[in-house]
Write a new protein. Sequence first.
Lengths: 218, 314
Amino acid sequence: MSTHTLHAIVDDLGALLLFTMILILAAGQIYRAIYAVAAQSLLIAIAGAVLAKATGNVDLWVIAGITLVVKAIVLPWVLHWVVRRMNVRREVEPVIPVAATLALAVAVVVMSFHLSATLGPVHQAITGNALPVGIALTLLGVLAMATGKTALTQMVGLFASENGIFFTAMAVTQGMPLIIEIGVVLDVILASLVMAIMVLRVRSTVDADIADLDRLRG
Amino acid sequence: MTGERPLGLVLLEMALLLVLGPLVTGAIQKLKARLQCRQGAGVLQPYRDLAKLFRKGTVQADTASGFFASIPVLVLAATLTASALVPVVRAGPPAFPLGDAVMLLGLLALARFLTAIGALDAGGAFGGMGASREMTVAPLVEPVLMMVVFSTALAAGTTELGALAARRGTSWIFAWSAADFLGFAAMLVLLPAETGRIPVDNPDTHLELTMLHEGMLLEHSGPGLGCMLLASHTRQIVTLGLVSALFFPAGPADGAGAAGFFLGALVFAGKILVLAIYLALVESSYAKLRLFRVPEYLGVGFVCALTALALRIL
């Protein structure tokens, strides 16, 4: 696979990743956000496989497989399970209007492209547009966390943000050492389990969501 | 693939779009009916409706001014002119100065404006409501459509649709750059809005307060209503043709000859059919959005289009 094709494919996947991120930000229902984050993880797994094919790095194949299983299948399933257990209203109520969130998203995307264009020599060494897309994904994930009122939307935002970091790391370094990647994935699994249990416990004890906790007095 | 399109071919393409427009609506309605486990009317039903309307007499509101009667003809004329700008059977610029994608969007906007003016002119409550809603949604749709066109035009270096399609060549999705994916995503979000379908508008109801486009047609009757319906069928196929010219450039037919023409027309019909199936599926699987939710929905398209432009420029 030539470098040009590789760059083109990584660029295309980056565009699709941005699209899923926009869907997460605009999702009116929690299920849609979960499906979008699952699709995003699937795209990252594909990106990993493409990079593995191009660089011949066996570790990347393993990472792509782990990403596929853990992030595209297990994590969405856990989120789904929490939603079903909680019996929450399925509609998402953001802190600021969705239109404002989307406007902020545009600003973030333009800013990260501008930022990486000014990096010059660093930018040259990186596959295609992976750096600006990665920065944008990470920041947009944070945006999704900040605008989400419920713990679940914040979890989705966190996973999306993590996906962004993962994508950047993969494309920039052409594959990090396997042990680090496995550590990261384990952290994600652990974090998701802890958060899921937390959310359910908070729900069953005080019958409130994260947004209500600022009014909590001892 | 390249080569200029002579006047005769452009006229032939216009006629083709005019004739095929109702068929697309019929096909979408049939598909929707089948998805709802109904038999549904035949795909030729829109033609029968049009034939019926053109035979009927006209009834007009007392409050309507003299301008009201000419509205349907003007709307149909604007839409038909727009249809001349879409390459159908083969790519390539027209052999004479005609107009570009900006003009196409302008003509569609003109048709929309005239429709709204007509609805207000008749003085009916529904018409005014429909018009005000249509004018709320239109400023959200049109700029995004412009941005999608521009993001594609930037790569090709021209806004003339035929030349743009020719520049892109027949290469399929593999030749798409990153911006094309986002632009196409924006287009898929916009298509139901531009063709007046769920989740933005509901084409099936005439008496619900949720409708936009149909509300504006209530005061028209007889041949006038026929013209308006024909215009909206044509508008739909023109929009679908615009999408296929921007993202799936026109057919493989190389130049003259009846065989080339038919092959090109067949390929075009195939592309339109795929987009029509998409519209039917979206309409069957989503509920109509509340009017205040529509800007959020269209916001997704806006962000996608802007990101596509950013990818092209930055």
